[in-house]
Design a protein around this ligand. Sequence first.
Ligand code: BTN
Length: 253
Amino acid sequence: MTGALQLPPAFRLVAFDSLDSTNREAARLAARGGAHGTIVWAREQTAGRGRRGRHWSSPRGNLYCSLLLRPDRPARAAAQLGFAAGLALAEALERHLPEGVSLALKWPNDVLIDGRKAAGILLEGSAPAAGRLDWLVLGVGVNLTSFPEDADYPATSLAAAGAGTTPPAEVLERFAAAFLGWSERWHTDGFASLRLAWLGRASGVGGPATVRLEGETVAGRFAGLDESGALVLELDDGSRRSVSVGDVFSLAA
Ligand code: BTN
């Protein structure tokens, strides 16, 4: 089931009707030597995964895909590709939204529509030698036609925001093209231009923010992003604390 997707030649599509999880399938491909640029796409997932071990509701009609990447960078730097993906998703989705509906990015990788979560990104990788990545899987889930009512963070879909019917294939094509542009920029110019672009679309800069880490919740004012992609929080006592994007980067076995 491949259809006739128009993808940049840098990508190779592997399409499924149903999978447990496109991230899992991409990791299985990676373990068998799968190539940089492979995109795994499924119409539905039976065991979709969100960040921090959460379930990702994955009925038909929404977009579920994972990019297998082999960036020759340390894991911490490669996690910056999550920002490239967030920017690419924003570009792919905003054209479908009616006027007056807002789209914003939420650290590290969520897309919000009118303040509710419409898309999420799950980065998983394997870095066996001295923190250098062997592979990175960048999983993207977009609520196009439906969204879970019981999610931790209030959710929405493009349809609920008035976008009408948005075919997953169309969003995947636009996302892949935009991601290629942003990742090339990251390779040639480094993280600085992504950081500026991301901050220009970010929700809540300057306002209160709470970040949940393993075993710890940190609250403060969202003062921005540092040059590595870490979230900078200003605490009540005026001190600053950076929460590294690496803190939310899970390394699969
Ligand atoms: C999040 O918690 O915000 C991240 C959600 C990521 C979901 C996508 S759907 C495609 C890919 N396969 C998965 O199992 N998860 C990611």
